[in-house]
Write a protein that binds this ligand. Structure first.
Ligand code: ADE
Length: 227
């Protein structure tokens, strides 16, 4: 079964409105919604913000039988070409806030774990096709950097670009990636850019987030038509 996750209300409510035959599955800290979206059986859920919520919710989804996972939402643009409203499809994901460099591990590397997690090739292709249908937005395939931090400075952007080669910054994707990779379940992260993670990020985020969240939703529906 296909699972669709988002972190916040705005990212999930547009999809929840279209869910047919909805059944609510209550789990500690989160509710999973089972039903049919555009004729496709899905599990839909709002994880809450941050890597812990994302990992916990991804685990529940896998226990419930998810065989593919799409994470959708907004992000701060880090690649210099990205503008508000543009879309990033994950090539791979890193956890930029992991720091075991004192023990000689590369920035972002958890000892004993991969240093990045590659998104599924087939889901990426479908996401890129669906995103390409949205007019007036640039679509970029690139590395998604996740951490329990809202990035809002030029220095923060520079670090993510120079250390990790990140295209965008968000707070959940790589946690979902880590859980899915352990289970061998394919996943992809689709993010629309709500801000450019610099000193205007807080204001831009509040202004544009509800608007650009629609783009991510459109990509998911475009993917459903192709899956
Ligand atoms: N989500 C949207 N904008 C973000 C930012 N600037 N940093 C982290 N997560 C975000």
């Amino acid at each position: 079964m296909l699972a669709i996750m988002g972190a916040m209300d705005e990212e999930i409510e547009l999809l929840l409105e279209g869910l047919q035959g909805r059944e609510d599955l209550t789990r500690p800290g989160v509710t999973l919604y089972r039903g049919t979206l555009d004729g496709v059986p899905v599990l839909l859920t709002q994880s809450g913000i941050g890597k812990v919520n994302a990992a916990m919710t991804a685990t529940y989804l896998l226990q419930e039988g998810a065989t593919r996972v799409i994470f959708t939402g907004v992000a701060g643009g880090v690649h210099p070409d990205l503008r508000v409203g543009d879309i990033v499809v994950s090539s791979d994901l890193v956890q930029h806030d992991v720091d075991v460099t004192a023990l000689n591990y590369a920035p972002g590397t958890i000892p004993g774990e991969a240093s990045s997690w590659a998104a599924d090739e087939a889901l990426r292709t479908v996401a890129l096709e669906a995103a390409g249908e949205i007019e007036g937005v640039q679509v970029l395939e690139g590395r998604v950097a996740s951490g329990d931090q809202f990035i809002a400075s030029k220095e923060g952007v520079r670090r993510l670009r120079e250390t990790f080669g990140a295209a965008c910054a968000e707070m959940e994707g790589a946690a979902v990636a880590q859980v899915c990779a352990k289970a061998g379940v394919p996943f992809v992260v689709i993010r629309s850019v709500s801000d450019t993670a610099d000193h205007d990020a807080q204001v831009d985020y509040r202004t544009f987030m509800p608007r650009v969240a629609r783009h991510a939703k459109q990509v998911v529906r475009g993917m459903l038509a192709r899956l």
